[in-house]
Design a protein around this ligand. Structure first.
Ligand code: PLP
Length: 388
């Protein structure tokens, strides 16, 4: 099988897998620092915190470990919306991941506020003047993602953060799809809150982080405080092996970043060069800056689900994999002004470090054949319906 769905999840790097295995032997509770066994587990977590902090250009005290980006988003966004009684509203970009949309909706419901949605243009880029209109003194948090999971389009985070700051709101940016695939210095400089996830960067599943300064952490209502772990923001016994693996994965991803970006850009462009010969194809987000590994392509006249059904040995995704259990057109593509038909004809292809040249050549041939077959069948069906 050729795997081209790295935005949904990635295989665990073998070096990370051996650390996870080794760390699984540290069975004690990392909060039980009164004894050596607990200290050993705590050291693994703290080393991971240091590693992730370096990767995201922050200090260890700013890393709040969670079970993933969704959980981190809930803690950050709901926490911000309930943290200030005079600021109960949130503004989010229309193309945010469902984890962010749902967190903002929950925060609004719990605090009696509202969620305002800032529109994006045809390219998927955020409309900054619309954002500016929506942010006022009643807004606690503004969320603009660093890179979109479906199209790879990168948000204008620096400009958006200025709009948020000018009105006294916190600026939240989801870096889940950027970390390990692009430079995050700019986002890290501008964001009050960031979230990321281990399984998107060759680490184990079940680990993620909310990243915020100590000052920002104090501004959050602790919706998930529990036993006080993770600076009182994420209660519960830490998943020591997963966090240890996450830390190493983040370190490895950062060390190889320039080479990874060059390689993945070349593979993604090679994929597009092959697919464009199909004719009547277009990249969703073509005119915006995009993260290096992602290609969201519309193949006119070929329903994406039908193409995928004729491609059993190539793993791609229609819309966002995290949402594919819900058979609705992608909210991201609809927000970009695509019709339901156009959204239904769009495929997300995402390459990763294990992807080879041969994988790309073979997947072009297979995608080509599948798309032509679907186009032919669709044409046949339409002719028959016309004749009937
Ligand atoms: N944010 C983005 C941009 C994502 O792509 C994903 C996963 O698809 C998430 C958040 C949620 O991450 P997790 O699976 O760690 O909860």
């Amino acid at each position: 099988m050729i795997y081209l769905d790295y935005n949904a999840s990635t295989p665990v790097d073998p070096r990370v897998a051996s650390l996870v295995q080794e760390a699984s032997r540290a069975y004690a509770n990392p909060s039980s620092t009164q004894h050596g066994a607990g200290q050993q587990a705590a050291e693994l977590v703290e080393h991971a915190r240091q590693r992730l902090a370096t990767a995201v250009h922050r200090t260890p005290r700013e890393i709040v470990f969670t079970a993933g980006a969704s959980e981190a988003a809930a803690i950050g966004i709901i926490g911000a919306m309930l943290g200030d009684p005079y600021r109960r509203n949130a503004v989010i970009a229309a193309t945010e991941h469902k984890a962010i949309i749902q967190a903002a909706e929950a925060g609004a419901r719990l605090g009696g506020g509202e969620v305002r949605v800032a529109s994006v243009g045809h390219s998927g880029l955020l409309d900054l003047s619309h954002l500016n209109e929506l942010v006022d003194d009643s807004v606690s948090v503004v969320a603009v993602m660093a890179a979109n999971n479906e199209t790879g389009v990168m948000g204008p985070v620096a400009q958006a953060s200025v709009i948020a700051r000018n009105r006294g709101a916190l600026f939240f940016s989801d870096v889940t799809q950027l970390l390990g695939k692009g430079d995050i210095v700019d986002v890290s400089t501008h964001a009050d809150l960031m979230v990321c996830s281990s399984h998107k960067l060759y680490g184990p599943k079940g680990a993620g982080a909310l990243i915020a300064s100590r000052h920002t952490q104090k501004a959050l209502f602790p919706v998930f405080g529990g036993g006080g772990q993770e600076f009182g923001l994420r209660g519960g016994t830490s998943n020591v092996p997963a966090l240890a693996g996450f830390g190493l994965a983040a370190e490895l991803a950062t060390h190889s970043l320039p080479a990874t970006m060059r390689r993945l850009t070349a593979l993604r462009d090679q994929l597009w060069d092959g697919l464009r010969d199909l004719g009547a194809v277009e990249i969703n987000g073509a005119d915006a800056p995009r993260v290096c590994n992602t290609l969201n392509v519309r193949i006119v006249g070929a329903d994406a689900e039908a193409v995928m059904a004729s491609l059993p040995d190539v793993a791609v995704s229609s819309g966002s994999a995290c949402q594919s259990a819900v058979p609705t057109p992608s909210h991201v593509l609809l927000a970009m002004g695509r019709s339901t038909t156009a959204a239904g004809e769009s495929l997300r292809l995402s390459v990763g470090t294990p992807t080879t040249d041969a994988d790309i050549r073979a997947s072009i041939a297979k995608l080509f054949a599948a798309a032509l077959r679907v186009r032919e069948l669709t044409g046949d069906l339409e002719r028959r319906l016309d004749d009937a």
